[in-house]
Design a protein around this ligand. Sequence first.
Ligand code: UT7
Length: 324
Amino acid sequence: MRGRIAGTGSYVPERVLTNAELERMVATSDTWIFERTGIRERRIAAPGETCSDLGTRAAERALEAAGVAAADLDLILVATCTGDAPLPSTACLIQQRLGAVRAAACDLSAACCGFVYALGVGDAFVKTGSRHVLVIGAEVMSMLMDWTDRGTCILFGDGAGAVVLSPSEGERGILSSHLHSDGNLWDLICVPGGGSRIPPSEKMLAEGLQYMKMKGNETFKVAVKTLEEVAREALSANQLAVEDLDLYVPHQANLRIITAVAERLGLPMEKVVLNMDRYGNTSAASIPLALDEAVRGGRVKAGSLVMIEAFGSGLTWASAVIRW
Ligand code: UT7
């Protein structure tokens, strides 16, 4: 039996950071940011508000929507690159908060692609006998921002989304996952310091190596190419035409990337879910957050055919096709 998304949930911090505020922090403008990215504002976690705080709220809503008790979860996967701490996993902290006493719990690191990867892994567990799997994408991207670097700090935001996967008896569920990576492109997006290569030190902090560095323009081009490829791969594996899709929920990195991919695929923008204007790029949280809004907004119905896809640091790219 394949995994079916039985419920979705999301949560974003209250604090809104607008483009107008960023204009006062770096040499940028609301016009530049909106025209080049589609972003108007993003959410920022309050001081002390952690990745597990956001993830727990999203998970509670997904469990409620699915009608599944936390105690019945077999596995919790948290896709994140901004967990509460290096140890323990954020998944274990969320497990404790939910009271998911039977669940195995671990984090998965695939940056902005993390949720699509975790969904594929969760589905494999359902296929091999797990009953309920909680898949969360949760990020506090603001902790990785150099607020003097206009090339990155305008793009990212904080948030969380979650889904509950349960076994599906019929045609509904995750029809395919296609996951890819190319480590040759590791330096397009990276956080150089804070790990075993450059451990935390005063020098590391002084050089700002704890912050994200990105080659934005190169990433943009690779993203458009790989997203088109992995969408076509998914359609062909399922013997589907692009017209068969009811909804396309892409990683909310940049409106121009999404428009370019949709154009290349021949997918009308009415079928595309967009929310980066309000949240920016929330990395692994972006797809489950958009998916939850689409479900609660009535854009996804039983039987809808939904494609999700993402790209991110690694470099990683991935897609999944879901019959709702
Ligand atoms: O989840 C994966 C995460 N990564 C991404 O999604 C990154 C994908 N890349 C992008 O979204 C775009 O490349 C950016 C939005 C980051 C940049 O847009 P771009 O159209 O690729 O701009 P660019 O880097 O080619 O820069 C064009 C100009 C440059 O000025 P000059 O050299 O032409 O004078 C930049 O210095 O825009 C300038 N610029 C800015 N100007 C105002 C770069 N950032 C800003 C800014 N405000 N925030």
